[in-house]
Design a protein around this ligand. Sequence first.
Ligand code: ATP
Ligand code: MG
Length: 503
Amino acid sequence: MSALFEARGLSKSFPGVRALSRVDFELRPGEVHALMGQNGAGKSTLVRIITGAERADGGEMLLAGAGYSPGSVHEAQLAGVAAVHQEVGLIPRLSVAENLLLGRLPRKWHGIDWRAARARAREMLAPFGLDIDVARPLAEFPVAVRQLATIARAIARDCRVLVLDEPTSSLHGRGVATLFGVVRGLRARGVAIVFITHFLDQVHVISDRITILRNGERVGTWEAGSLSRVELVSQMLGRTLVAAPMADRAAAEGGQRCDSVLRIRGLARAGVLAPLDLEVGRGEVVGFAGLLGSGRTEAAELIIGVRNRGAGTVEVHGRPVPAGSPRAAIDAGLGLCPEDRQADGIIPGLSVADNITLVARRGLARWGFVSRRAERALARRLAGELGVKAANLDVPMRTLSGGNQQKALLARWLANAPEVLILDEPMRGVDVGGKAEIERQIAGLARAGMGVVLISGEIDEIARRSDRAVVFRDRRAVGVIARDGLTEDALVRAMAGGEGGRE
Ligand SMILES: Nc1ncnc2c1ncn2[C@@H]1O[C@H](COP(=O)(O)OP(=O)(O)OP(=O)(O)O)[C@@H](O)[C@H]1O
Ligand SMILES: [Mg+2]
């Protein structure tokens, strides 16, 4: 079969980093081509070059046999190459409809035709099964909805090549199935799709071929059916796989569990969360499970005070945490690693080291001044342990690959060593090795007495990592599953509304 797109010998360097070296990459019409590799392997760089967001230093590209070297994203779009990038490029303050139709809002003889715009936006979302009020600001919707909206916007244009850079990082279950349905439809129309993900389960489900990058080099390209999962991971890591160093369930061995670090009574807010009672013990990992919009993230936001609570109390070690002030909550010993790292987490222009020590600085300064040396040593240690890949720790955070930003963000909270750490989707965009290391770190901190709340849409992650799980449904905690009964099956049943949880 002849290639629709071809890249030959693409190279790209950034100060101190060779992001791509002489990479060949080919796309056939009507194929889903998975692009795999560890954090920092060069995946996003490659697709940014293909979509005109970045220029290669060397090499050439062909689209349908003709020379292709887009000078901008717009130029690439005109040639039929569209992309959904890892870091969603939407404007939260604007309505869903405006975001979907940005630059293409339908006009009437004077001004914008809002009725037509809303109708068009609803049409665009229909294939994704999203029936939402498109006149509302995008910011009001969960990350997963925002992610689907970006994809809807990208495929609304006629495209021959569609790049999806981690489109499923915030999607679970039904969202993924819906997306895959849409992708298969495009494939049937002859569109070539590049699909980047860190969810190994998804690769074989959706892709026809797989290309693996390692340290900026192409390792190879395989028919998906001919590459087993173990081989895939081995090729990504560049070594044969030994049993993954998965830490055991946090399991601070019995005994210490009795005194609670976090005590929540009647925490609620109308329309956001029904009254929640919860205690988290020293060294305990409590999972928050539930479908999208079930209230798990909202509960975290009320605990830390990102959202103002309507009622209830939160105590850390018996000390009350004031409402509505994340600063005060952090001082009281709480930490929240948020779901949306771009909006609430990283500071893109600040160095990696500063991003890591941002919160801990207050702790380090306890004796009147911040020792720059202590700060750097801390940043260096955590970056090393979590495997943050960066040219050095002085480069701006925005130059790190997505997964490495996530690791650095997590390092920030680990640096602060809070009494209770709430992690909302901490593995988002993190590669296999990174996941194992993060799990190890969390288990270590729990052993040292920290209480952990782990929010995740990955049921297996909750089942494997937590000592106890609270199941949320329709914005209320509908049940608690104790460790003995904590299986994926029990979680699914409780989330869906069957038995398996105590009402
Ligand atoms: N604008 C930039 N300035 C400096 N370095 C950069 C820039 N963009 C990327 N890099 C570096 O290039 C390398 C490849 O990054 P890239 O984003 O392509 O990785 P990735 O494979 O997409 O990883 P992830 O799975 O974490 O998203 C990384 O070392 C990254 O730090
Ligand atoms: Mg990337």
